[in-house]
Design a binder for this molecule. Structure first.
Ligand code: HEC
Ligand code: HEC
Length: 366
């Protein structure tokens, strides 16, 4: 219960069940916090747009959703009066746009031709619009330059190279990463080797790793086929075992080395290698080259046949997978992007692929 006593004891005289209300001043730190807060709010109110005054109803089209949004006017604040934004200055409503909105039923629109398109004040949205506008005008300048340069010129110019690498991260992610992974490292699918995708970051190329060839690969796509048994029906399973061992234990480890004429300069004393090399030169060398280094390294860049003398595998380098590749063959396709992506985008992607790390210089004889 509350009791009214003579307040001579530092209390207000109110007491509830033994709990008294004192007249102590609030702590100084608290009081300062309170005044600081009050000052901040007052300044904020003056500087930024605040009170909705319904003095003008404006419509603008939301650039992201494409929907028309109607916004009530409000006090402009100092920021608005000083015209801190400039992007919207350049964009005014045209009569055609207003007629168009009216035709859609927005008859109460109070805007007239020549009014600014966006709220005539500082707003966070206007500030963002300014920033985006600035970035886009910088970007447009770079893009104009990209159009006139070759991929090699872009690579040689560090600033342009950085710009293109930045611009293509998302484009590569959207179009290429599904197969080649976002870092371009590809996939070696152990359980389903036919469903592997080549690594674009190493210097092992099926179709050539300089910019002209990469552009050609992306624009026209590629179809490479390793025919079953290399196209030689007479190959027995014992022959295939020998060839697989030759590739697995010999060519890829360096225990067997072939010269450009297809002669074993190392490993000739191993009877399996010697016998396998006869089959190899007869059936496989036409595509994989007499030295086993694959077409790309031997000047025929378009068959896409693999190099056996490195330890990089397109489908997998286990003995079982090599046997399966020879027995059943492999067929794979890089899709065609010409027509889906414009030539400038393809050129920029070629720069990205080249700069993954494995890009080659253009050979002297090309
Ligand atoms: C549907 C899967 C798929 C997509 C998507 C794809 N690729 Fe490929 N790409 C492949 C396959 C498969 C190969 C190998 C072709 C072959 O061996 O016949 C390949 C090969 C390549 C090569 C040649 C590599 C070499 O060693 O010569 C380049 C370069 C390449 N792709 C770039 C790209 C770029 C850039 C994109 C995006 C615009 C892309 N790819 C999208 C599947 C794909
Ligand atoms: C008509 C051309 C052609 C002939 C002949 C040919 N190959 Fe191939 N081979 C290819 C191509 C092209 C590829 C790569 C396929 C791809 O990337 O889609 C390939 C890939 C391979 C691979 C997979 C290598 C890896 O990195 O995973 C092996 C193994 C292979 N060939 C072995 C042989 C053997 C052994 C012979 C002979 C019996 C032979 N090839 C004959 C064209 C040929």
């Amino acid at each position: 219960m509350s009791d009214h006593n003579a307040p001579n004891d530092g209390s207000t005289g109110h007491e509830w069940d033994g709990i008294r209300e004192l007249t102590n001043k609030p702590p100084t730190w608290w009081a300062w916090g309170f005044y600081a807060g009050l000052t901040f709010v007052t300044c904020y109110y003056i500087i930024y747009p605040s009170t909705p005054m319904n003095n003008k109803v404006q419509a603008f089209v939301n650039g992201i959703t494409g929907q028309e949004v109607f916004v009530h006017g409000h006090t402009k604040g100092i920021m608005g009066l000083l015209h801190i934004n400039d992007y919207y200055e350049g964009e005014n409503w045209t009569q055609a746009e207003i007629d168009n909105l009216k035709a859609k039923g927005y008859n109460e629109l109070k805007i007239k031709a020549g009014d600014r398109k966006y709220l005539d004040a500082w707003t966070a949205v206007n500030e963002m619009r300014d920033d985006v506008h600035e970035i886009e005008s910088v970007r447009a300048k770079y893009m104009e330059k990209v159009k006139t340069m070759t991929a090699d010129e872009i690579i040689a110019d560090d600033e342009m190279r950085q710009f293109v690498l930045g611009r293509t991260r998302v484009i590569f992610g959207d179009n290429c990463a599904a197969c080649h992974q976002s870092g371009g490292q590809g996939v070696l699918n152990k359980t389903d080797p036919g469903n592997s995708f080549p690594n674009l970051t190493d210097d092992d190329w099926l179709f050539g790793g300089w910019t002209d060839k990469i552009i050609e690969t992306i624009t026209d796509g590629r179809q490479a086929e390793m025919p079953a048994k290399g196209g030689n029906e007479d190959l027995t399973s014992a022959d295939i075992d020998k060839l697989a061992t030759f590739i697995h234990d010999g060519l890829s480890t360096g225990d067997a080395v072939l010269n450009d004429d297809g002669e074993l300069v190392k490993g000739a004393d191993n009877p399996t290698f010697a016998a396998a090399n006869e089959l190899f030169q007869e059936t496989c060398a036409a595509c994989h080259s007499a030295n086993g280094k694959g077409a790309n390294l031997n000047g025929d860049y378009d068959t896409g046949s693999a190099n056996f003398t490195d330890t990089i595998w397109r489908f997998g380098g286990s003995l079982a997978t090599i046997k399966q590749t020879i027995t059943e063959g492999r067929k794979s396709e890089m899709p065609t992007w010409g027509g889906r992506l414009d030539p400038t985008t393809i050129k920029m992607l070629a720069v990205r692929v080249h700069e993954f790390g494995g890009g080659q210089p253009k050979p002297a004889d090309e």
